[in-house]
Design a protein. Structure first.
Length: 511
């Protein structure tokens, strides 16, 4: 119950204007003397109902000019303008349109359009505070309404986790800052998160008074065969290589390790190479041996036969960060898919009452989601991401996808992200892709996306009662990845490099 539809109780402000013709149950047009800001909320009084609406368009009009339609001559307009005057003059009015969001009491949509002539009032901040407000631990603050800085905006934590979220924007407009704001609040309420950090931004951050860094060391003995194949670069089409690898692994798994996993695996492959009668088999064994060598060259510091499973290092009640800044995309794929697979498995174990390493719900953040959940390629992680997107809700595994290239994200995975935080997006193809994946993002909200400034976002989805244009809070703590002071760094370097005057010329000593 949001409130009673009465002005006395402070749900509406002054009358702004009146509904004109052609209203539908979703869109109204109204005229106003004073324009409401774009993205602000109004209340339409219609036959005893008070319907909340979001202003989606505001255009200025002149009575004189509109009665003389077809006057485009600048000289004529200049002459008329002396009578038209400026804002506030009775000749000027504003033609606005607004999207209906529902009755202010229960947010139920009207089934019939408001009547022409219905009064349009500004929604009061008291009403908006009731709609967007909340209290930890069930709600966390994310920012303020763009058009009403006095109204704080909270999101519903349960829905944030269970209904999955996408944070999308062109580069540098505030995605990581949004993650930091959310993660910090989640840490404060004792929640558990796991961030896959591609650029080492979160590792040294002060989110939740310091994060728990999970280093991405991989124990090859704990990997599945397909994870091993990806790590080695043995693609599915190299079926001879897959065959010899499986054969060598079978032998390896039935005996004690002598040295370490890859050295012993190499021994088995060398055995196949020596004894094989088929040329293709010997060639494949040779190729896999070479791949093991190059794997060890590339990843020696993350491969560790004694490393415990990364999921044993995930701490409940903490923001856990997997530092992927040292590994390339293939290795990141192996690490991420392995962790996702085990997290989902452990949560299923927990749900069925069995012993589990992850006993609390967990919110997983995947930065650069277009890399591991790509639209056109297959990755190991993509399989587990789509499993979690589909099944995670039931087992308390939430997904938060972060990307600057929405159109490159797999549409099936993106469409499972019911909550959207979309900051500035310029490219129409990106906008289209997001809209195709989400029924919540209407055209009028998409229209706002190119004009958003840093940290300003369109927020829609089950975790917020009605769509909102929000100025996201700035994370007050330490976070890597802020815009660097390029000129400052150049100047500091120049100063460091400046040699003392007497040494500036090599020839001084000879003169
Ligand atoms: N809500 C905000 N208020 C004020 N400043 C912000 C806000 N959000 C981001 N910024 C600033 O904008 C810059 C870029 O932010 P951020 O790193 O979050 O962008 P990003 O979208 O994650 O970029 P990238 O695509 O490179 O990862 C930072 O300097 C950050 O401090
Ligand atoms: Mg970022």
């Amino acid at each position: 119950m949001i409130g009673m539809p009465s002005r006395e109780q402070g749900i509406t402000d002054k009358v702004l204007g009146y509904v004109v013709d052609n209203a539908t149950p979703t869109i109204v047009r109204f005229v106003a003397i004073n324009p409401p800001p774009l993205g602000d909320y109004v209340v339409i009084e219609d036959r005893g109902n008070n319907i909340l609406a979001l202003v989606k368009n505001v255009g200025s009009r002149s009575i004189t000019l509109s009665s003389l339609s077809g006057v485009y001559d600048p000289v004529v307009v200049e002459k008329l303008s002396r009578n038209i005057g400026t804002e506030g003059n009775s000749d000027v009015f504003f033609e606005c349109s607004a999207r209906l969001l529902g009755n202010i009491e229960d947010l139920k949509m009207p089934r019939i359009p408001p009547l022409p002539g219905s009064r349009v009032r500004r929604a009061s901040s008291t009403l908006l505070r009731r709609i967007f407000g909340g209290k930890p631990p069930h709600h966390i603050r994310i920012g303020q309404l763009l058009a009403r800085p006095e109204v704080e905006v909270y999101i519903d934590v349960n829905k944030l986790v269970t209904r999955h979220t996408a944070i999308l924007a062109v580069t540098g407009y505030g995605k990581s800052n949004t993650v930091a704001v959310i993660a910090d609040s989640i840490a404060r309420i004792g929640g558990t998160m796991l961030i896959f950090d591609f650029h080492g931004e979160y590792v040294s951050s002060s989110i939740g008074n310091g994060v728990n860094v999970v280093d991405p060391r991989i124990n090859p003995r704990l990997l599945s065969i397909s994870e091993l194949m990806t790590l080695l670069g043995v693609e599915k089409r190299f079926y001879n290589q897959e065959y010899v690898l499986r054969k060598a692994l079978e032998k390896l798994y039935t005996r004690q390790l002598h040295k370490n996993f890859f050295e012993d695996l190499s021994e088995e492959l060398a055995g196949i190479l020596r004894t094989s009668r088929r040329r293709e088999e010997a060639t494949a064994a040779m190729a896999v041996l070479n791949k093991i060598e190059s794997l060890l060259d590339r990843y020696r510091d993350i491969i560790d036969d004694t490393a415990p499973d990364p999921t044993t290092r995930i701490l409940a009640g903490k923001v856990n960060v997997v530092d992927l800044s040292r590994v390339d995309e293939d290795a990141a794929d192996v690490v991420v898919s392995h962790i996702l697979r085990v997290v989902l498995h452990e949560r299923k174990m927990h749900k069925s009452g069995r012993e589990s390493r992850i006993r609390v719900p967990i919110l997983i953040v995947l930065e650069e989601a277009h890399i591991l959940a790509p639209r056109d390629n297959e990755t190991l992680s993509k399989y587990w991401l789509s499993r979690i997107a589909r099944e995670g809700r039931k087992f308390g595994v939430g997904l938060m996808l972060v990307s600057q290239r929405p159109k490159n994200i797999d549409p099936n995975i993106l469409s499972q992200a019911n909550n959207l935080i979309v900051l500035r997006i310029i490219e129409p193809s990106d906008q289209r892709h997001i809209q195709e994946a989400s029924e919540n993002l209407s055209d009028d909200l998409v229209e706002q996306l190119p004009s958003l400034n840093t940290g300003e976002a369109v927020i829609v989805g089950p975790f917020i009662k009605i769509p909102a244009l929000v100025k996201i809070d700035k994370f007050p703590g330490r976070l890597g990845g802020s815009d660097p002071d390029v000129v400052g760094e150049w100047l500091a370097y120049k100063e460091d490099m400046a040699e003392p005057e007497e040494e500036t010329s090599l020839y001084t000593d000879f003169l």
